[in-house]
Design a protein around this ligand. Structure first.
Ligand SMILES: Nc1ncnc2c1ncn2[C@@H]1O[C@H](COP(=O)(O)OP(=O)(O)OP(=O)(O)O)[C@@H](O)[C@H]1O
Ligand SMILES: Nc1ccn([C@@H]2O[C@H](COP(=O)(O)O)[C@@H](O)[C@H]2O)c(=O)n1
Length: 217
């Protein structure tokens, strides 16, 4: 039989699986999401990438988003959740890795109330700050926030606002923690084990009453 999360996640006539991918800046979330996409067919939605695309698109919120990213601050949830929701609807997929989100309690509450979707689990990349700092400073992707001044601010926001979200899900037994300091391939071995065991547990679609299905607005 389906679980409460399964029932909540019936959207657009299908079961939607969401995995939140959390961890500090530079812990390797994006790197591992690319591997998960290849092996498990998820769609990768990075909240940071969506916000950067919004800046590039010349949207009316672009200037505000750009200055918040430069300061390492968290953009108002209304904006980020809308971008995520649009990307989910446009993807045609029903399995999503939502990377770098929720970054604070407001993100979490807004996503849950707007979409009605609860995560299958939270994949949490645990990495010491000095390793993350080293990785960010050698990333060289031209990101405006990969400089020491902004990195310090991002670490502070992570400790004060993002870790409490991990703790929230942890208290519900919904966090799968990964030792992210290992080499990329070794980290992915651990990630694979988690996804393989989750696939076995996910209940088939037929287990759910069709009355729970909702149509796309
Ligand atoms: N396990 C690893 N060991 C060493 N370097 C790594 C590892 N994983 C990722 N990297 C490198 O560290 C940098 C940051 O990785 P990545 O962009 O995946 O992190 P992230 O958590 O998505 O960061 P952000 O939150 O800032 O977007 C990249 O240059 C990546 O190639
Ligand atoms: N939920 C989020 C995610 C990101 N941001 C802003 O984007 C910056 C970069 O994020 P990455 O995940 O790509 O590192 C981040 O520092 C925030 O300024 C956000 O506001 N909300």
């Amino acid at each position: 039989m389906g679980t409460v999360v399964d029932a909540q996640n019936m959207k657009y006539g299908r079961k939607v699986i969401v995995v939140f991918v959390l961890g500090g800046p530079g812990s390797g979330k994006g790197t591992q999401c690319a591997n998960i996409v290849q092996h498990f067919g998820y769609t990768h939605l990075s909240a940071g990438d969506l916000l950067r695309a919004e800046i590039k698109s010349g949207s009316e919120n672009g200037t505000m988003i750009q200055s918040m990213i430069k300061e390492g601050k968290i953009v108002p949830s209304e904006i980020t959740v809308k971008l995520l929701q649009q990307a989910m609807q446009e993807s045609g997929n029903d399995k999503f890795l939502i990377d770098g989100f929720p970054r604070n309690e407001e993100n979490r509450e807004t996503f849950e109330s707007v979409t009605g979707i609860a995560p299958e689990f939270v994949l949490f990349f645990d990495c010491p700050e000095e390793e993350m700092e080293k990785r960010l400073l050698s990333r060289k992707q031209g990101r405006e926030d990969d400089n020491m001044e902004t990195i310090r601010k991002r670490f502070k926001v992570y400790m004060e606002s993002s870790l409490p979200v991990v703790e929230y899900y942890s208290s519900k037994g919904n966090v799968r923690k990964i030792d992210a300091v290992k080499q990329v391939d070794a980290v992915f071995e651990d990630v694979k084990a988690i996804f393989n065991s989750t696939i076995e547990k996910v209940a088939p679609y037929e287990d759910f009453p069709t009355s729970l299905n909702t149509k796309m607005p």
